[in-house]
Design a protein around this ligand. Sequence first.
Ligand code: SF4
Length: 449
Amino acid sequence: METQIELARQMVVTAEMEQVAIAENFPADVIRQAVADGHIVIPANPNRRQKAVGIGRGLRTKVNASIGTSSDISDIGLELAKARAAEEEGADTLMELSTGGDLDRVRREVLAGCSLPVGTVPLYQAFAETARRQRNPNLLDDEYLFEVIERQLSDGISFMAIHCGINRFSIERLRKQGFRYGGLVSKGGTFMVSWMEYNNRENPLYEQFDRVCALMKKYDAVLSLGNGIRAGAIHDSHDRAQMAEMIINCELAEIGRDMGCQTMVEGPGHVPLDEIEGNIMLEKRMSGGAPYYVLGPLPADSGAGYDHITAAIGAANSARHGADLICYITPAEHLALPNVDDVREGVRATRLAARIGDIAKYPDRRDHEKRVALARRDSDWQEHFSLLMFPEKALQIRRSRMPENEVTCTMCGDFCAMERGQALFKDDIAGDKVRRKAAACPATAAVQP
Ligand code: SF4
């Protein structure tokens, strides 16, 4: 089977490229060329029917929601409810990251219960099952790792975070710098570092990278080069260990792409706001423009309880500078396994962050905001709500505190600036230059909230 990138290089526009082109309002050949160049990926394992989602340069910044059981809380019904909530709230992709219970069953039920492209971190299953069977995850047989990767792919997994970029060199950097403030925070990364140290071996996913790519190609899945040494504290951001892994991941992204495998790069964890732009620039430059899948980033370490907001601030900045897919963070981050409400809040905050980032990233696509502003100016409440990202929440707040004069709201009541402005500029509004300009712009109607 040929992959999207191989077909794109043969000038073939696939059905998935067509769907992405329609959703993003681009000519199909523009999408095809970007896929051929490795600047856009489309996770669409043909073993499963799913929505075609494009991730990469020039496209709307996408939002990923992660769900999954843990060793403490393992409830398939809860994970299915979380998957459905993520999809209802508008997540673009889903990651199923279970480590507790019957892992094959959870994954298969989630795949059957949602229409989004689903990703995994296969190291979780390989190490968690080895730990359960042999009481020591370091006894993992590396052949089993490849077996789990293929099992998950054959079920219909469309993208995988695989920690190929951790190697002896990057671990050596950790040791030479005297470890770090925030330690290791990637579960898969820590499993792998521990296995390498225990067995005094090189990472098999790095050593046998061509085998990883061949498996991904067999199912046309996107290889997301996992960020196992990401910073878990802003003081570790861009330390030598993280940079070593980033350089290797960017190199592997290019090698994979040349082999005809769709690749993207993951990063960066906790990063202060002033370093986000540089981080994105480095990934784009070193990987030759591979899509960047960012975790947060979290620009502060002290926001637990509100880390969906901490991360949203980082996410808006990362999207603004070129991040392509943002993994949500929920209010439970650093504290507990998320519940359904946490998932909903996390997706909402991250979608808003992606929107804010896109408004800055694509200044020519701001017309939707213009329509919102005009509806607000004219106190057209119905139009206003129809254009909002979260109309139900907005309606619920308004209805809970209705004013006497329905044109206004209870914030300023009789002193409503909007109402006064309309009265003052009534004649100018009648000849409405501003509204005519907005209506004349074809992009206005095309952009959806
Ligand atoms: S009352 Fe104040 S907040 Fe409410 S619509 Fe008028 S100006 Fe805006």
